[in-house]
Ligand binder design. Structure first.
Ligand code: KG4
Ligand code: ZN
Length: 354
């Protein structure tokens, strides 16, 4: 089936056309187009996403992205429209939801509302990673899967017991991991979004230069907390003169030490949960899953300490927000539940996956 998907939950407008086949037994996705229009330039001066500016840009860019997506997919006939209904920024979500509903109404193509977090999880089905024992169209998916969802808005450990069956094991009590990257980048005047630039700076830095805390690393529950870590970075920056703070050396050392602290906490909790719940596959998902240090360490740590598991993460372009992942999630949901009634589709900023 050919799926047209629309994603506007935050600050990227994305439209994709994906050919999905194989059902639950042998799912495969052929991405005919996946257009992502970034709004980074609009929000960068504010150091974060401004919701009403984001919604306005979505309204402006959605038809342009659609036109390009159709062109690249060579006018293929569409069987289903999927759209992100939440979670996300409400004004942004409504822009995509109304665009998708209008398309469905005039074309009479069935529509399905999709959860953004589910999209991040099923992004793992879009890409293949040969180094990690996975080959094209033969994605090894052994349930239960433990998925670490780390994005700008979420940090959750989700046990995927089977397709569309989830149990939330732990989540952040304050800032999301990506949010921490963004805030620390702001403190270091590195720009927005913070993740990519911090990871770039970290490559030149010493991760042992600063002993930042590993919040909640030994707590018995499986929750996270990143706001204390951000405050520790703030105190560290205050100890230095503005001139010294401007040097590349200090920015790289703080970036590397901060990134190491985040990665240590994420991996340590994921490992504990994986062992406790007997996870057979470990997946990363969300924008922070594009982080090279996290990707490297998850392989190193699990190969040593939990070698029986399969490790999977999406290629970096499928980690950050994109509409192709919404098509994948929509495909599985459609297989099980069929389309939604048009009148039932509405934006829900706080939608949960479980
Ligand atoms: O999933 P996503 O595109 O949007 C949300 O659903 O939030 O994630 C965006 C977040 C931002 O906070 C960004 O700084 C972070 O992902 N991010 C990264 C990297 N690339 C993006 N964080 C760490 N390392 C990266 N390479
Ligand atoms: Zn996202």
């Amino acid at each position: 089936m050919n799926i047209l998907s629309i994603e506007t939950s935050c600050d990227d407008t994305s439209v994709a056309i994906v050919k999905a086949k194989g059902g639950f037994g042998r799912p495969a996705f052929d991405i005919l187009s996946n257009i992502v229009s970034s709004q980074v330039k609009i929000h960068a001066p504010y150091g974060g996403v401004v919701p009403y500016l984001a919604a306005r840009a979505h309204q402006k860019n959605s038809p342009i992205c659609l036109e390009e997506a159709i062109k690249q997919a060579k006018n293929i006939k569409i069987n289903l429209i999927t759209v992100t209904v939440g979670p996300g920024l409400e004004p942004s979500l409504w822009a995509g939801v109304n665009f998708a509903k209008s398309l469905s109404l005039v074309s009479r193509i069935p529509i399905l509302g999709t959860n953004h977090i589910e999209g991040h999880i099923y992004a793992n089905w879009l890409s293949v990673n040969k180094r990690l024992r996975v080959t094209s169209y033969k994605l090894q998916v052994k349930f239960p899967i433990l998925c670490l969802v780390v994005s700008g808005g979420h940090t959750q450990l989700i046990l995927v017991k089977d397709y569309l069956k989830y149990k939330l094991i732990g989540e952040t009590r304050d800032d999301a991991a990506g949010e921490a990257f963004d805030k620390v980048a702001k403190l270091l005047e590195l720009g927005y979004p913070g993740g990519p630039i911090i990871s770039k700076m970290a490559k030149k830095g010493n991760s042992r230069a600063y002993g930042f805390p590993r919040p909640m690393i030994n707590s018995k529950d499986y929750d996270f907390s990143f706001s204390g870590l951000k405050t520790a970075v703030l105190y560290e920056t205050k100890k230095n003169s503005p001139e010294k703070l401007k040097t590349q050396k200090i920015k790289s050392d703080i970036s590397a030490s901060f990134q190491k602290a985040v990665v240590d906490v994420l991996i340590s909790k994921t490992l504990r949960v994986a062992k406790e719940y007997g996870a057979k596959t470990i997946m990363l998902a969300g924008g922070v899953a594009a982080n090279q240090e996290l990707r490297k360490q998850v392989v190193e740590v699990f190969e040593k300490q939990y070698p029986e598991s399969i490790i999977q993460y999406p290629t970096p372009n499928f980690c950050t927000d994109n509409a192709a992942m919404i098509a994948a999630a929509g495909y599985f949901r459609h297989l099980k539940y069929g389309p939604d009634k048009l009148k039932n589709i509405k934006a829900d900023a706080n939608l949960r996956v479980v």
